[in-house]
Design a protein around this ligand. Structure first.
Ligand code: ATP
Length: 442
């Protein structure tokens, strides 16, 4: 399958089946804004919950936080975002279309109007969304929507430390929205102006040498690889590590790795991992006048911790998961499309069908099974068309198992369970279904 076709197929499937809709569509849409529909929100929640479980609940050394989207503007002054969270903006001299200078070839014709009139000098454009707090719209009421979730973890460092009594090394995790006034959003949910991040700030004592912080860095690199391999079930040959060159490092970073994924539109950043030194805590300490130090309980030594930041984009994860697990098999009538989603990510785990919808005894039995399984899993109900069509429909949204209640069920209390990936069917006793799926979906 051509990569361009894959992208079109995914965008179309997302719309048709309620994963992702164009934003504000009845008003002609709003460029590059997307809304998650009924199945999209399930997939997204499953990703966030799985992440939270792995990186917060199953670890002793990471705790959670959920901070406000709009913080005191002084935060962004201290973090350096007001001064340096910028992209170089150039404008076509003819049609005035705007581009990020680092994303185009400024000696080539304009991508938009094809003219060769060239581009303006680059202007640094700050990506933070501005708003006003309260009724007056003046300089003193300006505030910003957070461009990353990270800063709240630094700003709340002391409160978290005091209330959890964690010892170094430990981390603070947050999942939530971030806003960036991107110059050129695009590629579906890959680059939007409003998106979600899952981030951890992992604090440790000032390292004695490069080896010490690199050891922490490598642990987190491996944790990110394990997430992609074991939880998202990526073929890791689709993921590439890019060591960001010294001259391209962000103002706060001493080392950064980008994990790039082979999206249909090219190899692009999926996740990042950065060693931010003590840059953020030190700056917030200076700017706020509040001490943000840690006292070692054994040596009584006081210091500002250093930090490693692994960061995951939720929306890019969704796109990569869809690209990774989209399957087309067979030809013509035999052709089937399915999402080979890891069961934990699938919006529905099981679908239940009565063989015929005009046979009340089948419907009643199927309803009873549906209601019981709903106590344990997200379950779909389908009684439209024939069983073949229902399989097709569930395959397309990645439901791992379908149950059909037929006339044999009424005789011997067994049902047909069909596996999404193999399309094979087996008979299972109704009484065993709960344990069967507990086992299969664990
Ligand atoms: P890019 O170079 O693609 O602009 P970035 O290096 O600025 O990304 P980070 O600041 O490291 O991105 O943000 C962390 C993560 O947040 C990224 O790895 C990505 O998954 C996600 N992300 C960043 N910007 C966007 C966006 N505009 N839309 C969707 N996800 C984003």
């Amino acid at each position: 399958m051509e990569q361009k076709d894959l992208m079109e197929k995914i965008v179309s499937l997302c719309k048709r089946r309620g994963f992702v809709f164009p934003g504000s569509e009845i008003y002609g849409g709003m460029a590059n804004s997307w809304d998650y529909g009924s199945l999209g929100v399930e997939l997204k929640n499953n990703i966030k919950q799985l992440w939270w479980k792995r990186f917060v609940q199953q670890r002793d050394d990471v705790v959670g936080l959920d901070a406000a989207l709009i913080m005191n503007p002084k935060v962004w002054e201290a973090s350096g975002h007001l001064a340096t969270f910028t992209d170089p903006l150039v404008e076509c001299n003819k049609c005035h279309a705007r581009f990020r200078e680092d994303q185009i070839n400024t000696s080539a014709p304009c991508e938009s109007c094809k003219s060769k009139d060239g581009f303006s000098e680059p202007k640094m454009f700050n990506l933070m969304f501005k708003t006003f707090i309260g009724p007056s719209e003046d300089q003193t009421s300006i505030a910003y929507f957070r461009p990353e979730t990270a800063q709240a973890m630094f700003v709340q460092f002391k409160n978290v430390l005091d209330t959890t009594r964690k010892k170094l090394p430990f981390g603070i995790a947050q999942v939530g929205k971030a806003f960036r006034n991107e110059i050129t959003p695009g590629n579906f949910v890959f680059r939007t102006r409003e998106f979600e991040q899952m981030e951890i700030e992992y604090f440790f004592a000032p390292p004695k040498d490069d080896e010490e912080w690199n050891a922490q860095f490598e642990l987190w690199k491996q944790a990110m690889i394990d997430w992609m391999k074991n939880d998202l079930k990526f073929d890791m040959s689709h993921v590439h590590e890019l060591e960001v060159a010294k001259e391209d490092l962000a103002h706060y970073s001493k080392r950064t790795i980008d994990f790039e994924y082979e999206f249909p539109f090219g190899k692009k950043e999926l996740y990042g991992l950065a060693y931010r030194t003590d840059f953020d805590l030190s700056n917030h300490e200076k700017a706020s006048g509040q001490e943000l130090k840690y006292t070692d309980p054994e040596t009584n030594e006081k210091f500002v911790p250093h930090v490693i930041e692994p960061t995951w984009g939720v929306d890019r994860t969704i796109l990569a998961v869809l690209c990774e697990h989209y399957r087309e098999e067979g030809e013509e009538e035999k052709k089937r499309v399915y999402l080979k989603l890891p069961p934990r990510l699938a919006p529905y785990k099981v679908a239940v069908f009565p063989l015929l919808k005009n046979k009340p005894e089948l419907v009643e039995k199927a309803r009873a099974i549906y209601n019981e399984l709903k106590e344990h899993h997200m379950v779909a109900w389908d009684d439209r068309g024939n069983v073949g069509k229902r399989y097709y429909s569930q395959d397309e949204v990645g439901t791992p198992f379908c149950i059909t209640v037929d006339f044999d069920t009424l005789e011997n209390d067994t049902v047909t369970v069909r596996d999404r990936d193999t399309a094979e069917q087996e008979r299972i006793a109704t009484a065993d279904l709960v344990s069967y799926f507990a086992n299969k979906l664990s």
